[in-house]
Ligand binder design. Structure first.
Ligand code: GDP
Length: 369
């Protein structure tokens, strides 16, 4: 009989094809699990044995259905965003499914931003960014989950703000929510305390519950998959090259109009109109930048894509989408954002164009720095 195997931890159907999907279990582990009578998916296995959670993601529909029950709870929402990719961290309609519950904003990955940038200023800027998306956080905290910066402060702030409520941690995939939850688990619990039994309504997915002092709990939720991410355009090895791991060193270019800068082969910036200006790029320090004349830029791109202009590499050109162009007249000092890649800070009184692979957003916002 061709029976579906299920994880005895979370109930997900066991599969060995896609490590990023629910129920992933390496084939060798499936065999061992069957022999021992304890078949866990890799995520549940890690949780049991190493007290560590791996990210799980769902599609928008599943996610929204699943989270809409938060509306009916009396809880504090901890909304985690990637401060390097704020736009890519926005959850459309967040307020709809959290109802009247207060939202605390956590800006993660602060370690990527220049340490010279005042954190108070950064926090105000971040708050304004989410205000524009209709979210009014009751407080904003900057942390680095990876470097364990300000995690104790965050926990204190959560305790101060939650007023006898449960806590739900929400965020899109890749903002570092699992890294953060793992830090919290390390700080707050031993493995014996971790509860993973209650299911999200309508799914086979367990939620991670970390007990708090007074009988309440901090609940991790699956990450929503954000479609317009570089992750959907570049293979993993190239994604590593464009995703910053360390503090970003801003790169300044003195540009005349009718000049172009390529960011590897993944994005392009055209300076169309304006005086000679300084333009500052905030991208992974290893992403190569090349300057050309606008008039030659198309030819240059076709000639050098995959070579000088990499990533993508030559092997991956077949699946790499063409760049799409977006033009902006800049009225106030702004960031031209290539979603997930970084941004360029552009002075007022200029006209520019940003290009990114089809499906990756290009937008402007008030300058962060
Ligand atoms: P999730 O999908 O939201 O659960 O995100 P993960 O916790 O899996 O993290 C996504 C990526 O961001 C991983 O490559 C992490 O190493 C990285 N990351 C997480 N937290 C931080 C942080 O505070 N700083 C930096 N620089 N990277 C982080």
């Amino acid at each position: 009989v061709d029976e579906e195997l299920r994880c005895i931890g979370c109930g997900a159907v066991i599969q060995s094809d896609d490590p990023d999907e629910l129920g992933y279990t390496p084939a060798s582990a499936v065999q061992k699990g069957l022999e021992s009578g304890e078949l866990y998916c890799q995520r549940c296995f890690r949780l049991r044995h190493y007290n560590e959670i791996a990210p799980v993601s769902l599609t928008d529909d599943d996610f929204l259905r699943l989270l809409s029950h938060i509306r009916d709870t009396k809880s504090l929402i901890v909304y985690v965003v990637d401060i390097f990719d704020v736009n890519g961290s926005l959850i459309p309609g967040l307020h709809r499914f959290v109802g009247d519950n207060p939202v605390m904003l956590v800006g993660n990955k602060e370690d990527l931003l220049p340490s010279s940038l005042r954190r108070n200023k950064l926090r105000d800027w971040l708050r304004q960014q989410v205000n524009q998306a209709g979210i009014r956080p009751i407080s904003t905290v900057l942390v680095s989950a990876k470097k364990n910066h300000q995690i104790e402060d965050l926990l204190k702030e959560i305790d101060r703000r939650r007023n006898d409520r449960d806590v739900y941690v929400v965020g899109v995939t890749n903002v570092g929510k699992s890294t953060l939850i793992n830090q919290i688990i390390k700080l707050r619990t031993g493995i014996k305390d971790l509860i993973t039994t209650s299911r999200f309504p309508g799914t086979t997915l367990d939620q991670i519950e970390i007990p708090l002092d007074d009988g309440h709990q901090l609940v991790d939720t699956p990450g929503i998959i954000h479609q317009a991410q570089m992750a959907h355009v570049l293979p993993a090895k190239d994604l590593k090259v464009v995703t910053p791991q360390k503090e970003i060193k801003p790169r300044t270019y003195q540009l005349q109009d009718q000049q172009t800068i390529f960011l590897g082969g993944v994005a392009r910036f055209d300076y169309l109109k304006g005086q000679k200006v300084g333009i500052v790029g905030y991208f992974d320090n290893n992403l190569p930048m090349h300057r050309t004349k606008l008039a030659h830029a198309d030819d240059f791109y076709h000639k050098h894509l995959g070579g000088l202009l990499t990533p993508p590499s030559t092997d991956d050109l077949a699946d790499f989408p063409p760049l799409e162009r977006f033009e902006f007249a800049i009225k106030q000092k702004s960031d031209l954002v290539f979603e997930g890649l970084g941004w360029m800070t552009i002075p007022a009184g200029t006209v520019v164009a940003g290009w990114a692979p089809k499906g990756v957003a290009v937008l402007i916002r008030p300058a962060m720095i």
